[in-house]
Ligand binder design. Structure first.
Ligand SMILES: Nc1ncnc2c1ncn2[C@@H]1O[C@H](COP(=O)(O)OP(=O)(O)OP(=O)(O)O)[C@@H](O)[C@H]1O
Length: 264
């Protein structure tokens, strides 16, 4: 099987002043179309660097990213990113934030009326249709993240890249948004790479969990298959032996095999 998205022997070093930091070494992963992949690992191991490489925002030192057989090394609408700190333009309404991305991607393809419908459709998908005329400063953090997700989905990307998208949210808002993302993934079949620090979130949402070793020169330590059937319901999973087993495997990886050691 050829991978839909291939991370091919990626090395990444940053040079600063006279010194070089090796952040990633030999990161390789084949991702199938529609797969939901989580990346988990201790702080500073290089998760965001890896996501930024896939997004084309950070150049690799060696290796490459191949999407549908074509190497990608600059940003493009085929890979949409949602950051932890909502990156909405504060002077535009919710609707116009989504419209900006839609116009950029679809101006030659969809008519003005179709683009309007598409913006409304994607805002409805994340239950934000009612707030489309508000500015980012007038909505909550969870609502901003919903708009960020709507904006990303509206670009119809081949790959959705989520960098701790729920990290700054309270537990209840986080759970609601996780459920929305699961529903969207079920209906649209997006290919997703999501960075998270949250073990339960990784197990709940993912088909596979990529566990990174500690840096410097971090790599993929292990990849865990998450076998529970979908749709998944969080309350039912609490007692599901497969869920508990996955959770334990990730915790063991993080806290026994690759314990975080504070730099002296
Ligand atoms: N532009 C840069 N220049 C130099 N060093 C960088 C740059 N970006 C990241 N790094 C370094 O690369 C390492 C990995 O950082 P990265 O943000 O990818 O880690 P992370 O796993 O996402 O961390 P966290 O979980 O805390 O967000 C860190 O040591 C960081 O200081």
């Amino acid at each position: 099987m050829t991978a839909y998205l291939k991370l091919d022997h990626i090395d990444k070093s940053f040079a600063r002043g006279g010194s070089t930091t090796e952040v990633l070494r030999e990161v390789s992963l084949d991702i199938a179309k529609g797969e939901y992949i989580s990346v988990i690992g201790h702080s500073g191991c290089g998760k965001s660097t890896l996501l930024n490489i896939v997004a084309g925002l950070t150049p690799v030192t060696n290796g490459g990213v191949i999407l549908e057989g074509v190497e990608v090394n600059s940003p493009g609408p085929d890979r949409a990113v949602v950051f932890q700190n909502h990156s909405l333009l504060p002077w535009l309404s919710v609707y116009d934030n989504v419209k900006l991305a839609v116009d950029k991607v679809f101006s030659g393809v969809k008519s003005r009326a179709e683009r309007h419908e598409w913006c409304v459709h994607n805002l409805d998908l994340v239950q934000m249709g009612h707030a489309r005329d508000r500015r980012p400063s007038e909505i909550s953090g969870g609502m901003k993240q919903r708009v960020g997700i709507a904006r990303a989905l509206a670009m119809q990307p081949k790959v959705l890249l989520l960098d701790e998208p729920f990290g700054a949210l309270d537990a209840l808002t986080r759970a609601h948004l996780q459920d929305s993302v699961m529903q969207i993934h079920a209906s649209l079949g997006n290919t997703v790479i999501m960075i998270t620090h949250d073990v339960d979130e990784a197990v709940l949402l993912s088909d596979r969990i990529v566990m990174m070793t500690n840096g410097p020169a971090a790599g993929i330590g292990d990849v865990l298959d998450v076998p529970m059937a979908r749709p998944r319901r969080r309350l039912e999973l609490v007692t599901d032996p497969a869920y508990l087993k996955c959770r334990e495997a990730v915790l063991k990886f993080l806290y026994e095999r690759h314990r975080f050691v504070e730099a002296a």
